[in-house]
Write a protein of this length. Structure first.
Length: 509
């Protein structure tokens, strides 16, 4: 295995780490020797690995016939995972090599620059660009490492680790009782807003920074253990036990903190350590950053102030483009499957039991809305806040106008593809307050009972527990039989639903 090692420095004169350039052989067996070599000499510092690996990581990095063997790609991915290496966010074209083979033109991502977990920790804004090639059939790679950019003030986020502290529930109870305000939706929002300020103060004075607390606990545990080994008295033994207990609590809080930020629904309890979640959060944050965007004319913008204004203009136009549609002429010809009793069941005021069931059925760790409180808080503090939550929910079903503080929503953008270039390449997702989610959950559960009346059984994609696979087969059969001779002929109507849910119109055709 041939490896060249360089020492890198950033623009501030600080040492970034080492950069390794390698070349992967065409033969799978010889590449296996390279993977084994990389694993053996993996440093515990910041490092970059770049070069022509002569292999892709998955089929999305290949265009043409006959992709590489699945086993070769799996070996490459296993090597990267073992070494703690990942591919930064890619700007522009994905492929780095193209050529003509006997089976036609082929494009692959053979060249790449990989960064270690330590690099991601120190440089949150890491990206690579594939530049234009000159005489070579391989594209050069530009790797950019920048310190993280703070787009604005950090919003309040409830930390599940706070629930582990012995004084948290008492602090919440004291503040909740002392907060005097009329009930209902506005009252609940007001109390949560006031509680948020007290939690911030309590976090600074009592709970402390999770990461710093872990470092302090580690140092204290080491000193206590050394002191007990030098002088094994009962007093030192007790101090050693207390220090170890504090370290365990600090470790659990650190794990809870990073696991909550990672928000991996597929991860089982106890599967990974906080280092895994920390690296995952950093990588996801880097990949989801919007570094550049193209406007309607195709011009690329990288200035954050311009990008922010473009986002405001784009989504203001999208969500304000509402149309009043008169449905009365159409409704006259439609059946009325919903009877009076169905309407009563849907709109009746829920009791405390139904509201509590809705709270416990929601994901406690789903991304919170603007108020920052998640389901874990509502569950843990239910005995304190339940009366206000019940009154607020019942007020909603009575028909009281929803205040802005209660129904406010964040909009987050999720990339639809690996290389989004325009705002149309992002899927807008609304992050509502948990208290408003309770209402929608109750309505959803009630509507579930009458769905068979308003949605035909053929629309399997809209019903719980049923997928669209059957619909795909049905369409294939329809296309196959489109030429069947029948009086009047056959016709298939296709409705483009791509942006049906990206606007505020009641009807989209």
């Amino acid at each position: 295995m041939t490896v060249r090692v360089l020492t890198l420095e950033d623009s501030d004169g600080g040492k970034m780490g080492g950069a390794w350039t390698i070349y992967g052989k065409h033969n799978g067996k010889e590449r296996r020797e390279l993977w084994d070599g990389l694993i053996k000499i993996t440093p515990q510092t910041k490092w970059i690995v770049g070069g022509d690996f002569n292999i892709i990581s998955d089929c999305s990095e290949y265009c043409g016939k006959h992709p590489p063997l699945q086993s070769d790609m799996e070996e490459f991915r296993d090597c990267l995972e073992t070494c703690g290496l990942s591919t930064p966010h890619t700007i522009g074209s994905l492929f780095t090599w193209s050529g003509v083979r006997s089976n036609g033109r082929v494009m692959r991502r053979l060249d790449r620059a990989l960064v270690s977990d330590r690099m991601i920790e120190d440089y949150e804004d890491i990206s690579i660009s594939h530049l234009s090639r000159a005489s070579s059939d391989h594209k050069p790679i530009l790797l950019q490492c920048k310190k993280g950019r703070q787009a604005g003030p950090k919003p309040f986020r409830f930390l599940n680790a706070w629930l582990n502290h012995h004084s948290f529930l008492k602090m919440v109870s004291d503040r909740w009782v002392s907060s005097i305000h009329h009930g209902g939706m506005a009252g609940l929002a007001f109390k949560l807003h006031g509680l948020k300020r007290h939690i911030k103060e309590w976090n600074i004075k009592t709970f402390g920074n999770v990461v710093n607390k872990l470092k302090e606990a580690e140092e204290t545990a080491i000193k206590a253990q050394e002191q007990f080994e030098k002088d094994p008295t009962p007093k030192n033994r007790e101090l050693d036990k207390k220090a170890k207990a504090q370290l365990i609590r600090a470790t659990e809080n650190d794990l809870s903190f990073w696991k909550q930020k990672a928000n991996l629904k597929w991860m089982e309890e106890g599967d990974c350590c906080s280092k895994f979640f920390h690296s995952y959060v950093k990588a996801r944050r880097s990949n989801h950053q919007i570094r550049s965007i193209k406007d309607e004319k195709g011009k690329e913008h990288k200035d954050m102030a311009i990008i922010k204004q473009m986002a405001i203009n784009y989504y203001s136009k999208l969500y304000n483009n509402s149309k009043d549609v008169d449905m009365e002429p159409v409704l006259h010809y439609l059946d009325k499957p919903i009877n009076h009793q169905d309407n009563i069941n849907i709109s009746k005021v829920p009791n405390e039991e139904e509201i509590k069931e809705a709270v416990w059925s929601l994901n406690p760790n789903s991304a919170p809305g603007p108020d920052g409180f998640n389901g874990s808080f509502f569950r843990a503090c239910w005995h304190i806040i339940k009366d206000d939550v019940v009154r607020a929910t019942q007020e909603f079903f009575v028909g009281v106008l929803v205040p802005k503080s209660y129904g406010s929503t964040f909009i987050t953008l999720i990339p639809k593809n690996d290389s989004p270039k325009r705002f149309g390449d992002y899927r807008p997702i609304s992050l509502s307050t948990f208290m408003s989610k309770i209402n929608t959950r109750i309505l959803a559960d009630r509507l579930q009972m009458i769905l068979p009346k308003i949605i035909s059984k053929e629309q399997t994609g809209f019903q719980k527990g049923m997928g669209v696979d059957e619909q795909i087969l049905l369409v294939e059969e329809m296309v196959h039989k489109i030429d069947a001779k029948i009086r009047g002929g056959n016709v298939i109507i296709k409705l483009d639903m791509a942006k049906a849910f990206d606007n505020m119109n009641g009807i989209t055709f």
